[in-house]
Design a binder for this molecule. Structure first.
Ligand code: SF4
Length: 331
């Protein structure tokens, strides 16, 4: 498999002081926090099957900002900005590309589509990071969605409790809690991210009646060992957060140095299962290439071939995820 070396994938650089303070070294080869935000030469390496849209968002775009991939839920891209840019970001086709906040007409287009799609029960607010918007902007968006269907379950997908915990103010939590059926889905990758300030942010959300889940990405050199993951998942539960997914790395351009083999992921899950209760154990999942959908790996893996893992997709068909040797160095 031939890799190409080109310009660094178009993902901006940016980090909050709060997140940078969690790093003990600026060297991404030495520190699991720095490795998440410091760009490296490894990002220049793009493998033939890597793309800027590995989970196929653009294939399922039904309006400029609405992705309708799964029958019962849709994803609304409300801002392209993040407080810190993760070097392994899987939504490189959109994140930090200058699209900015969703406009009134983009929101209206999305709501018009939703009005004609009664099968949709859940809306994920994502981007970028929805908490890059002001409280007022968020309130307008959620209010408009609830006008389409007051029963919508709304997930706010955000890394802000990790990157800038002070963004989760009492007034933000109060505003979110004024709506029914709002969930927060945060994203923590390393136990050091579970700061006192993050715990305060989570407590505010919980006190406002907003359940909090976590998604973690399995990342080479950052959290690909059982002790680190155990500490992370147990720490999340202590903070009041249910670990929801542990994601296999997506095939995003310039991110192969972060990916862990699926064999290793399964081995880690086996070890974690012997150490953690179901409460603390997330589902190990992968978004199948080319937008074939998300599946739990352990129950969907059919066989391992020399160059690919073959998994049963949500469509019942067989899908291949490349089996990589990962001989390269750490980021
Ligand atoms: S917070 Fe999410 S959308 Fe933003 S850079 Fe990180 S992975 Fe990408």
């Amino acid at each position: 498999m031939k890799a190409t070396s080109g310009p660094v994938a178009r993902l901006p650089y940016g980090v909050t002081p709060a997140f940078a303070r969690l790093a003990r070294s600026e060297d991404p080869r030495r520190d699991p926090i720095a490795a998440q935000y410091v760009p490296t030469e490894s990002e220049r390496v793009t493998l033939p099957y890597e793309t800027d849209d590995p989970i196929g968002d653009t294939r399922y775009l039904v309006t400029e900002r609405l992705v309708h991939h799964y029958t019962d839920r849709a994803l609304l891209l409300v801002s392209d900005r993040c407080a810190t840019y993760c070097r392994f970001c899987f939504r490189r086709h959109f994140t930090g590309h200058g699209g900015g906040r969703i406009t009134e007409s983009q929101l209206e287009d999305a709501c018009t589509y939703l009005g004609g799609a009664p099968g949709i029960k859940e809306i994920l607010l994502s981007g970028g990071d929805p908490l890059m918007l002001s409280d007022q902007e968020l309130e307008t968006i959620i209010g408009r969605l609830k006008k389409v269907d007051p029963r919508y379950i709304i997930r706010v997908c955000t890394r802000m409790p990790v990157f800038l915990p002070s963004r989760v103010t009492e007034s933000l939590a109060h505003m979110l809690g004024s709506f029914d059926s709002i969930w927060a889905v945060i994203h923590a990758d390393h136990p050091r991210e579970l700061s006192d300030d993050l715990r305060v942010a989570v407590r505010r959300l919980l006190a406002a009646g907003i359940p909090v889940l976590d998604q973690t990405v399995l990342l080479r050199g950052i959290n690909d060992d059982a002790d680190t993951l155990e500490e992370l998942f147990r720490g999340l539960v202590r903070a009041g957060v249910k670990p929801y997914y542990l994601f296999q790395g997506d095939l995003a351009a310039g991110t192969s140095h972060f990916r862990v083999t699926i064999e290793r992921g399964i081995e880690l899950m086996r070890e974690l299962r012997s150490r953690l209760s179901g409460l603390a154990l997330p589902t190990y999942a992968v978004d199948l290439p080319r937008g074939a959908g998300k599946v739990p790996i352990e129950s969907s893996l059919l066989r391992i071939e020399e160059d690919a893992y073959v998994l049963r997709g949500p469509d019942g068909g067989e899908h291949r995820y490349p089996r990589e040797s990962n001989q390269g160095g750490h980021p």
